[in-house]
Structure formats: structure tokens, C-alpha cells
Design a protein around this ligand. Sequence first.
Ligand SMILES: Cc1cc2nc3c(=O)[nH]c(=O)nc-3n(C[C@H](O)[C@H](O)[C@H](O)COP(=O)(O)OP(=O)(O)OC[C@H]3O[C@@H](n4cnc5c(N)ncnc54)[C@H](O)[C@@H]3O)c2cc1C
Length: 487
Amino acid sequence: MDVLEEAILEQFRTAVGERFVLSSPEERLVYDCDGCVLLKAIPQAIVLPKTTEEVSAVVKICHTHNIPFVARGAGTGLSGGALATEGGIIIALNRMDAIIEIDPVSRTATVEVGVVNAWLNREARPYGLFYAPDPSSQSACTLGGNIAENAGGIHCLKYGVTVDHILGLELVLPDGDVLWVGSQTRRIDGLNFLGTIVGSEGTFGIVTRAVVQLLPIPVHIHTMLLAFDDTAAACRCISAIIQRGIIPAALEFMDAFTVNAVNQAFSVGFPDSAEAVLLIELDDKTSLGLETSLEELLSVVAPFKPSQTQHAKTEEERVQLWKARKGAVAAYGRYLPAFYLHDCVIPRRHLATVLAQIIAIGQRHDVLIGNVFHAGDGNLHPNILFDPDNQAMMTRVLKAGEEILDACLTVGGVLSGEHGIGIEKSAYMSRLFTPEDLARMAGLKRLFDPKNLANPEKILPHRSSCGENNTATSISHPLFTQHGAWI
Ligand SMILES: Cc1cc2nc3c(=O)[nH]c(=O)nc-3n(C[C@H](O)[C@H](O)[C@H](O)COP(=O)(O)OP(=O)(O)OC[C@H]3O[C@@H](n4cnc5c(N)ncnc54)[C@H](O)[C@@H]3O)c2cc1C
């Protein structure tokens, strides 16, 4: 896509200041992809507003000139959501990074959306409070991106995902008008737009501020690692824990490949002969409550015969366990430079079967797959590793990804637990929804955005060219047949 015409760039400069409109080829290239490096699209310009008024002014210019716009936080998204696939501009919210207020009495914070997730926790800690949704990318990703994707994280099993923690938000609508939805309380009168906007991936407008709920930091915490010689036993153990009604703060799974990767990267000494490792964290308000839960948990786990049980004895040991878990994806970089990550959610009782299928799919297509995921939620994360310069490998990776999605949908799963549909999975939506379902969703989008300018082409499938071969790459795959060669 070419840069925008000078007269329009000038209008953006007037709205936000000369320095905050980027339009040189080098600057635009920086914004050509997000964490899903499979897909690329160069925007026509990048605009960096500082206030809601500036966002509104920029969006009004887009509305007048029919220019598509895409909100962007840190660009850690994994479904190509922050890409300007239809041309137009990226509105980067990183300068809107103020924590406006922390109210320890109401246990809320009012924030601008460019605030990085981990910063809010750093600022809330002195009050004995924390913001619960904790994506593994929390040291980089923004609250705006979290709201748009309805982000989850390691501790969301017990505490709920982003939508459960947003009380109110400010949205710049696609015509530039500003709307507040929700309230300072947990109750909403009228239609619940809040639940519609959270998770809408920037397709209804740009979120500029939010009031979020904070929770007291748990005082009594116990973290442990269980190793298993048998993956199926580890999966059955996960289901048994939840079936008993025990809801750990976190219940995470790592396969043997991932254990080896984190051992090499972080020297954490995870049991390297294990086929599967579970990381489990319990927390409670009282030490007695914690002891009772731990006792019950260990009695549920025992019949599945873990080969090793390690308890974190100090806060340092606990932090080390979670550091290894949160760094798992980075550790894969020791094997191949890039990863294609799916995040289907399946009913937990199918975990063992689907994991076995994923391993078989990896072997059949000769690709490396590391599994590290939010087991308690049934939210799988098969990371298919690849080398972007190896086209033959890319064909196998995409085919394996498609088969993994099919395996998950077959057992009643859904396409995404927390990374969103974006552009990467939009072509698969018709495997999950009927044309009538999709038409109703498109109708809702039209209500907010009749001109289809806010992050167009995301979530809903648009073109019907699936099945054609892409001429530039010769890869037959929905990702490519729909949109052309983006690698
Ligand atoms: C190593 C790694 C680990 C990850 N782990 C997790 C995890 O555990 N849990 C999880 O949920 N995700 C995880 N992610 C995915 C990603 O970090 C999340 O989706 C995150 O919420 C994206 O935030 P961001 O600021 O980077 O958003 P971006 O990537 O910039 O944008 C993501 C989407 O949000 C939209 N958007 C951004 N800001 C706004 C706004 N202000 N208003 C409207 N729309 C907006 C964009 O248009 C885009 O569609 C991980 C990613 C990586 C790379």
C-alpha cells in the first residue's frame, strides 16, 4: 500500500502534532506484523494520539475520507489483529499510558489503554491489590490490547478473564463520537454493551480508557510441580481436580519438549525424563483454608501416580517456576526462529485424546510442536515451530495447524480462548458458525460501524476464495488463498 496523500497526512499532523504521524517507508515497515509473524501488511501511516480528544479527531478524519483504521497496543497479538490489511492507518495508543487513579477503597483503577499490564500490577501492589488477568506477555502487552482480545492468563482459571474485571470503558466510535459504557460498579443498566465491546478486537471502535477491578493480593499461596511418565495420566488428573470442585489459582501443562526447552533456556531443573509436567498453584485467605485445599488436592492427584512432586518452599522458588512457564515460548527459539500458535479451547475430558492427535499430526507432517497451556480451562496452546525462509516447511506447518483446529472443533471445541480470531482464524469461522450466525454478527458490526472502517476484515470471513491456490506462494491454505501472499 502506498503512503496516504500529503493533504490527509497534514490533517493528522494538525490533530496530534507533527512528530506523532509516521509515514516514511522505514517507519511503516515497523508496524507490518504482530506476534503472528505469518501475516504481514504495511500500513499507509501510523498516528500516535495522546488523548481521547485526539483519538476522536483522528477517527473523524478517517470517517470523512473513508480511511480504514486499526488500533494497536504493543503488537503482541497472535492472530494478526493489529494489521492494516485493508490499507489505511494504524492508531497506536502507546502514548496514552497514564494510570489515572487507583482507588483502594472501591478497589478499582482508572487507566488509559496504553498502560502495560505489568505496570498496573506494579502500581497496585503497595495497596495490597492486583489486577488478575495475567497474560504471559504481561510485561509488554497493553490493557487496550487485553480488552480488545478479552485476554486470559495463568491465573484466570480461578479469577476469570479480562471481561470479568472491566467495570466500565470509554470507546471512540467509528464516526469519532465518544461513548462511555458500564459504570464504577459491577452493575450495568440497559443493554450490556460492555460485554459486547470487550473481545471485539477493535472492530467496534477504539477503547481509550477503562475502569478495572482490583483484587486483594492472596496472602497464603502454595505452588507445586507434578511430573508424570504418561501424558494421558496427567490429562486425566487435570479433569479429576476440576471434577472434585477444586479450583486452583493456576493449573498449567507442559509437554516433554517444552520441559527440555525451558531447562536449557533457564536451567530450572524441571524433571527432564517426564512426559508431562503440571504446575499448580493454590491460594487462600487463611493458612487453614490453604492446608485443607492442598490436602484434598494431593488426595485427588495420588491415584494418577505422579513420578515426582516438587513444592516451592520459598517465594524465590515460586517465582522461578512461573518464570520458566511464562518464558516457555521464548525458549522454543532455541530450536527454530518462529512459531505458529493455536489456542483452541476443548472440553477438558477430551484433553488426552486431542493431545495424542496433536502429537500424531506433528509426526505426520514432520514439524516440531511444543505444548504448554492453560490446562484447567482446556485452553490448548500447540506451538508449531518454523523457519520463515523454508517454504516447504511452511506448507507442512499450515497443514498441521489446520488439522489441529479440525481435531479441536470435532470434539466440540472453539477456535480461540484468548488470542482472538483476528485475520488469522477468520477464514475458519464458517467451520464453527452457520452463514445465518455470521450474518447476525455482521449486522451487529454494521450497527457500530456502518462504513466498515474500524479494523475491517477481522473476525468475520469476508472473501469466498477459499480453495484457490495462491500464485505467489503456491500454498493452498485459507490463510493465503483469502488474502494473498503475506509471508
Ligand atoms: C509470548 C506471548 C505470550 C502470550 N501469552 C498470552 C496469554 O497468556 N494470554 C493471552 O490472552 N494472550 C497472550 N498473548 C497474546 C497477546 O499478548 C494478547 O492478545 C494481548 O492482549 C495483546 O495486547 P497488545 O497490547 O499487544 O495488543 P495488539 O497486539 O497491539 O492488538 C491486539 C488486538 O487488539 C486491538 N486493540 C489494541 N488496542 C486497542 C484499543 N485500545 N481499542 C480497541 N482495540 C484495540 C488491535 O486492533 C488488535 O486487534 C501472548 C503473546 C505472546 C507473544
